[in-house]
Ligand binder design. Structure first.
Ligand SMILES: Cc1cc2nc3c(=O)[nH]c(=O)nc-3n(C[C@H](O)[C@H](O)[C@H](O)COP(=O)(O)OP(=O)(O)OC[C@H]3O[C@@H](n4cnc5c(N)ncnc54)[C@H](O)[C@@H]3O)c2cc1C
Ligand code: SF4
Ligand code: SF4
Length: 359
């Protein structure tokens, strides 16, 4: 069957029509050298996603017996599904359709109309090429396995396992270490015992994932013991939750902080632990510090990226200190400050008002 491609350019009211030259687009598309041997149906519409627009498109696909469809409109996030659903009502396989975003990618961002028109033509041309590479696909229903594999026995993995496990769903929870719990400052004893007592959760400690084959709904899983790699377990699961936590950058390896010889250089997790246990941060001699300096970005250079969370976390530590005593002078040493969230910014302002210094 020879190809007959429908290209429908949406005006989106004035959104697209006032920013690109619709007539020029249609004219240039009709003259494309590499589509000379293909039959093209090129039309525009004021609002393709309106009820009237969808009916128009459905009629066009059927009456023209289109083999492929390109809608030059807006972001696929907005209306990809809309046009897929239109295709589903016709003889055209929805996998032979493509949306091209000439609104957000051209009309809305390029002030020069000629330039925006040129880019829109390029996009539509690319969409026409692309749609010819697509194949018809047919949806079918498969049985899916209800059981879940959870990787990582920290607080996140255990919580996921407890939430998912039930009469009709088994959870396989694997942890590479000897015990569950992960890096939580206070070992969540109750949660560990809830997990261990739950008949629908099977815990594998000192175990890692060896192989995962299959697809969503049907995975074949091979687990491997960390002690004896020849000891493997095979099981089936429909979904996998990865809750492997994080690895700390080992600041104690950096010589400039002199963790070895200076008693009172600690990392943030030590501070967290101290505060959780005693509700205060103390020096090794048991006394309250007169001043505390919080150094930001330790390890940033070494790992090569900003974690995006430790500025916030350092604010929390200084808040602990201010709650502990207003006599402690708290100073942050910052090279960069990354507070991406509105609440973080408010927290920063509050901390500054309390007298915490940022150098
Ligand atoms: C910025 C920050 C703030 C924090 N604030 C607090 C706080 O306020 N209060 C507090 O109590 N704690 C705090 N913590 C520390 C606390 O450790 C974590 O919040 C919590 O433990 C994270 O739980 P998790 O399950 O996501 O990860 P983890 O505790 O790291 O658990 C992951 C688990 O997965 C296992 N694992 C990893 N890879 C594999 C693998 N391939 N196969 C099998 N198992 C694997 C690990 O051994 C580990 O047991 C903070 C930590 C950070 C970084
Ligand atoms: S399909 Fe997209 S571009 Fe067309 S009218 Fe609707 S929102 Fe606007
Ligand atoms: S800027 Fe803040 S969040 Fe980023 S690495 Fe430095 S301390 Fe961490």
């Amino acid at each position: 069957m020879s190809e007959k491609i429908g290209i429908y350019v949406c005006e989106c009211g004035p959104n697209i029509a006032s920013k690109v030259d619709i007539e020029k687009i249609m004219d240039e598309i009709s003259k494309l050298e590499d589509f000379k041997d293909k039959e093209l149906v090129i039309k525009n519409h004021k609002l393709l996603c309106s009820n009237e627009g969808k009916e128009f498109l459905e009629k066009e696909i059927n009456e023209n017996k289109l083999t492929h469809l390109v809608c030059a409109a807006c972001s696929p996030r907005d209306h990809d599904t809309t046009f897929i659903n239109v295709c589903k009502k016709t003889q055209l396989n929805p996998y032979l359709y493509r949306i091209v975003n000439i609104r957000e990618h051209c009309a809305w961002i390029i002030p020069d109309k000629e330039e925006a028109t040129r880019k829109a033509i390029q996009y539509i041309h690319a969409g026409m090429n692309r749609v010819l590479y697509q194949d018809s696909l047919f949806e079918k229903e498969l049985d899916s396995n209800p059981d879940v594999l959870v990787i990582g026995g920290g607080i996140a993995g255990m919580e996921a396992a407890l939430n998912l496990a039930g009469e009709k769903r088994k959870v396989f929870l694997i942890e590479k270490e000897e015990n569950l719990g992960g890096k939580a400052v206070f070992l969540p004893e109750q949660k560990i015992s809830d997990v261990q007592k739950n008949n629908n959760i099977k815990v594998f400690t000192k175990t890692v994932l060896d192989k995962l084959i299959g697809f969503m709904g049907n995975f074949e899983v091979v687990l491997k013991s960390t002690e004896n790699p020849d000891e493997t377990t095979e099981l089936l699961a429909g979904a996998v939750v990865v809750a492997t936590g994080y690895e700390f950058f080992d600041s104690k390896k950096l010589p400039e902080f002199k963790f070895e010889d200076k008693d009172d250089v600690i990392n943030s997790l030590d501070a967290e632990r101290m505060f959780s246990e005693n509700k205060k941060i103390t020096l090794k001699n048991g006394k309250e510090p007169k001043s505390v300096t919080l150094v930001h970005c330790v390890g940033r250079k070494e790992v090569g990226f900003c974690s995006k969370i430790c500025c916030d976390y350092m604010l929390k530590i200084s808040n602990y200190l201010m709650e502990q005593s207003s006599n402690i002078k708290v100073t942050h040493l910052i090279k960069y400050l990354n507070l991406p969230y509105k609440n973080s910014q408010n927290f920063y302002n509050k901390i500054k008002e309390k007298g915490v210094e940022f150098l």
